[in-house]
Design a protein. Structure first.
Lengths: 117, 117, 117, 117, 117, 117
């Protein structure tokens, strides 16, 4: 399967591919290849749907206080049709396990993504 | 509503209540009250089911390398009927966002909980 | 007690309420209610004064490399009359337990807050 | 000033010196020297008392989910006369900024230290 | 190339393969396959030698306060001939960027591994 | 040895001194003194070269998702002659131990530093 087809597959799974991921094709082709395969495996519908996986990713990124990743994951999630209510309830788990700022950064990300897109 | 009834409600929602949570009733009654209400709100079925919330909690705890919390969450998840496959796919998201050890600690927790219960 | 009165109480305790906290009233009223009560409990004068609690919060946020939270906590602390020397000595504990960048982000926050206000 | 005198000074400031710190004298004398001076500076009474610094250290260690450091700091704090109520209120700040497990690990540490000593 | 040959290759590169990694072959064959390829790529001699990569891994694991990973990485490093002095100097970087406990957990791991093997 | 000479020594070892570090001379002279000595010890050529130490520092900062520190360390590394390939291979270790975003933030930092200088 060509790289471009693989990338299209990932986009269908995660909603939106970050620019830095695309840049990696030139910056580090070997890692790029590996990550394309990894992403294709991890985000596929399986025991959990890709939507649920996105909600998990937002909650995890928020718990890690990784505001950049929260925004990227949220942008993708929106394109897959994940609702604000679903993200809210995922973020509450982050609040409980990782504190109020985690939750707040998630809420800010949702607001930012809604405004931007 | 009495405290005992509230605690039963939480148990129905999260599968298993950690011992330290129960101890808190004596150690710090004011925090205990607050956390009982917080838990009852956060773990309720809503836009996401309590099962999905447990899978999120395991992924978040694993991403934080919080092996103690991973085990507690996994023990509760098992009682709610969350499957190994669902946990596996949630942990793969932790792997991607937080590294191989996160994933591994999740797998070890699942093995430990299965053996113990 | 009305919400507005509770919010005023929190402001007296923490010095300054972040915008996102206020937004939460519309974004997620249920969480807002809970957090208002939680904040009112946690920041009250007790065995520790609200000033000491703010110094702790700055040190914790710095240790977590949470530059956003460091700035919010520092802005509030300044309004409560916490001194630069007190923040400095709290940040030294963060330095020891969480590394030089933690300390540095705290120092940068203090400088930024002083300039801004 | 001799090393032994410096170490005694640190002990007076932090309540209890961890074994690994003492081992460092042989394992890595250069780092040991540096850390002795660093500890002597950071834990001295100043704008904040050594007791308040210990409470900060417990809150920071708990926020980092560093259960080992929480126990060491708590053991020292107890020897300096820090009360359970003071630790409790510091840990509530950790709860708010870093999540429920942070708080719980602090409570468990206090219980363990009380039993042991 | 057969799986066993790939595993032998990894062992040559990292010194020692953790048990949980081997268990993964049964627990999650798809992830196992992926991780075998990933490990083979990441740990190969290249612009950096496998020894230097191990020193980096110890410093990173220590900085993350991941005592389990520190021990696994140190055990592997020892088999590759990494010296105590090299680990010490890598851990000093962790000390500066992530605090004294990070450094201390590294030192404890080295002591433990030396005793055990 | 005068302070200026010590600072020059550090610059030779780490490639570039962050502005906040210089500001510390006025903001907190006591900490400044201590950190100058600490830096001079930690970054000296020894069992590991200063170049290898920089690669470790970039990997550690990336693993901690500390994008500010990643950029500072990368700017210094470039001045010491550390190559892109060496940073890439160090970041792969961060990827494995701390997840894809860690790696990505390192790659973004390298791109930013190259453009700026």
């Amino acid at each position: 399967m060509t790289d471009d087809k693989k990338l299209k597959e990932i986009e269908a799974k995660i909603g939106k591919i970050p620019q830095i991921f695309k840049d990696l094709k030139d910056l580090s082709p070997e890692m790029y290849e590996m990550l394309v395969d990894l992403d294709n495996m991890i985000w596929a519908d399986g025991a959990l749907s890709r939507k649920v996986k996105k909600i998990i990713a937002i909650a995890v990124a928020a718990a890690l206080r990784d505001t950049h990743a929260v925004k990227e994951q949220t942008a993708g999630a929106k394109k897959l049709g994940v609702t604000d209510e679903e993200i809210e309830e995922g973020l509450r788990v982050s609040f409980l396990l990782a504190g109020m700022p985690s939750y707040m950064y998630g809420k800010i990300a949702v607001k930012d993504v809604m405004k931007r897109e």
